[in-house]
Design a protein around this ligand. Structure first.
Ligand SMILES: Cc1cc2nc3c(=O)[nH]c(=O)nc-3n(C[C@H](O)[C@H](O)[C@H](O)COP(=O)(O)OP(=O)(O)OC[C@H]3O[C@@H](n4cnc5c(N)ncnc54)[C@H](O)[C@@H]3O)c2cc1C
Length: 401
C-alpha cells in the first residue's frame, strides 16, 4: 500500500473534529500532526495575526526530528541565527570571558537550530494553513463537557461542538484554568523576573550576545543578525512573584528601573529604551508542573502543560515533541486511551528537561558575590573548551515511526 493509499484509507473514516486554542508553536505543530492522522482541525488564536519576529528560541535533539518529519527543516536552517559568541561582563563592564555559545547551552554545532520564535511559528503555520481552519482574533469563552463532545462558545459569539479540545495557549493557559482551576497550583516560580524588549543596535553587535552581571542582576543584548535592532533582556532575582507588577506595565517598568537604578555598562541606555518600548514583555521565570495533562475530552500541550522556563532553553522543543506525541497517541485510540498514552510516553522526557534548571543555566544568574565568582571561574575554563556534544536530556525520547 502506498503512502497516498494509506492516507486515503485514513480519510474515508469519519473525521473527528477537534479544536486547538493557541497558534504559536505547540498549536500549529499539533494541528499539522492531527491533520495528518485524519482529524478535522480548527485552531483559535486570540491575537489578530501570527506574531512574526520575536526573541530567539532553540530547536534541539528530538525536536529536530519532529521538524524534519514535517518537511520544514530546510526552511528553518535558512532562518538559523548562527550565534557566534557569548561575552560575559563584570559589573564595571570589563570582560570576564568570551565563549562558544554551545559550551553554555548544551547545543550541538551544525545540528541544533536557533531561530526567531516568529520564524518557527510562520514555518509551522505555512505547513498546515491549507488543511486546517484558523480563527484569529477569537478565543474560547466557555467549555462544557457534559454532553457527548465538548460544547464551546467563542468570544466572537459562535457556538460549536468538538470531539476534543486542546489547550496550546501558553504558560498562563486559560484552557488549563477552565479544566483545573487557578494557575498557582501548578506554577513553580524559580525566583527571577525578566523584561524583554527590542532596541536600536547602536552597539555594532552582530550574531552575538553580551551579558553583564552583578549578583542577582543580569542585562543582556542579543544581536540575532546584522540588523538595526537588538533584543534586550533585564533579568533579576526577586524571591517572591511581584503580583502587582504582573497586572500593570507601568508597575513593571518602575520595578525594573528601581532594581537596575545604579547599574553600569549600557544599562542606563537600556532602561531608557525600555521606557519607550512598545513590545515590552515582562514575566516571572517559572515552570508549569502538573500531575495530569488532560481532563475528559480536553488536553494540554506545550507551555500550557509543562513550561520548562527559558532557563532550560527547551520550551519550544518540548512543545514540538509534545505535539507530535499527543497526535500520535490519538491516531488509533479514543480520547481516554490516547491521553493516557500521551502522558505515559512523554512525561519522562518532560521531567528530565524541566530538571535541567540548575545544571548550568540558572547558574548563569548567580545571586551572591561568591556564586558569581564561581560562575566566572567556570566561564573562563569554558572559554578554552571545544563545543559540547549536546545534553542527553535533549534527545531523551525517540519518536515513534
Ligand atoms: C523571553 C523568552 C525567551 C525564551 N527563550 C527560549 C529559548 O531560548 N529556547 C526555547 O526553546 N524556548 C524559549 N522560550 C520559551 C518558548 O517561547 C516557549 O516555551 C514556547 O513558545 C512554548 O510554545 P507554546 O506554543 O506552548 O506557547 P506560547 O508560545 O506561549 O503560545 C501560546 C499561544 O496561545 C495564544 N493564546 C493565549 N491565550 C489564548 C486564549 N485564551 N485563546 C486563544 N489563544 C490564546 C497566544 O497568543 C500564543 O499565540 C523563551 C520564552 C521567553 C518568554
Amino acid at each position: 500500500m502506498t503512502h497516498t493509499d494509506q492516507l486515503r484509507g485514513i480519510r474515508t473514516k469519519p473525521r473527528r473534529e477537534v479544536l486547538i486554542s493557541g497558534a504559536s508553536i505547540a498549536g500549529p505543530a499539533l494541528a499539522f500532526w492531527l491533520n495528518r492522522h485524519g482529524f478535522a482541525v480548527t485552531v483559535v488564536e486570540k491575537a489578530g495575526t501570527l506574531r512574526d519576529g520575536g526573541y530567539p528560541i532553540d530547536v534541539r535533539g528530538t525536536a529536530l526530528e519532529v521538524v524534519r518529519r514535517m518537511g520544514i527543516l530546510p526552511r528553518l536552517r535558512d532562518a538559523h541565527i548562527d550565534l557566534r559568541r557569548l561575552t560575559f561582563l563584570d559589573g564595571d563592564g570589563s570582560e570576564v570571558a568570551s565563549v562558544n555559545p554551545h559550551t553554555v547551552t548544551g547545543g550541538v554545532a551544525g545540528q541544533d537550530l536557533e531561530v526567531r520564535r516568529g520564524d518557527l511559528t510562520n514555518a509551522l503555520h505555512t505547513a498546515v494553513r491549507d488543511d486546517v481552519e484558523f480563527l484569529f482574533n477569537d478565543s474560547i469563552d466557555t467549555l462544557d463537557q457534559s454532553g457527548h463532545g465538548v460544547d464551546v462558545t467563542f468570544r466572537g459569539g459562535s457556538r460549536r461542538t468538538f470531539d476534543m479540545v486542546f489547550g496550546a495557549d501558553g504558560l498562563h493557559s486559560r484552557t488549563r484554568e477552565f479544566l483545573f482551576g487557578p494557575e498557582e497550583q501548578f506554577h513553580r516560580y524559580l525566583g527571577y523576573c525578566f523584561a524583554g524588549f527590542t532596541m536600536r543596535n547602536t552597539f555594532g553587535l552582530s550574531h552575538e550576545l553580551m551579558m553583564w552581571n552583578t549578583p542577582g542582576r543580569a542585562a543582556a543584548l542579543y544581536a540575532v543578525g546584522d540588523n538595526d535592532d537588538v533584543h534586550a533582556f533585564l533579568n533579576f532575582a526577586h524571591p517572591e512573584p511581584p503580583f502587582d507588577a504582573f497586572r500593570s506595565p507601568d508597575a513593571q517598568r518602575d520595578l525594573v528601573a528601581a532594581v537596575f537604578a545604579d547599574a553600569g555598562w549600557e544599562v542606563p541606555g537600556m532602561l531608557a529604551a525600555m521606557h519607550d518600548a512598545d513590545d515590552l514583555f515582562f514575566d516571572g521565570v517559572s515552570q508549569i508542573r502538573m500531575p495530569r495533562w488532560s481532563s475528559g475530552r480536553v488536553a494540554l500541550v506545550g507551555d500550557a502543560a509543562y513550561a520548562p522556563s527559558f532557563l532550560t532553553g527547551q520550551g519550544s522543543s518540548l512543545a514540538l515533541v509534545g505535539a507530535y506525541m499527543l497526535a500520535d497517541s490519538l491516531a488509533e485510540r479514543d480520547h481516554a486511551a490516547g491521553f493516557a498514552a500521551y502522558d505515559r510516553r512523554t512525561r519522562e522526557f518532560v521531567t528530565v528537561n524541566q530538571e535541567q534548571v540548575g545544571e548550568g543555566d540558572a547558574t548563569l544568574f548567580p545571586t551572591t558575590s561568591r556564586a558569581l565568582e564561581q560562575r566566572n571561574d567556570m566561564l573562563r575554563n569554558l572559554s578554552a573548551m571545544p563545543s559540547a556534544e549536546g545534553r542527553p536530556a535533549h534527545s531523551a525520547l525517540t519518536l515513534p515511526a
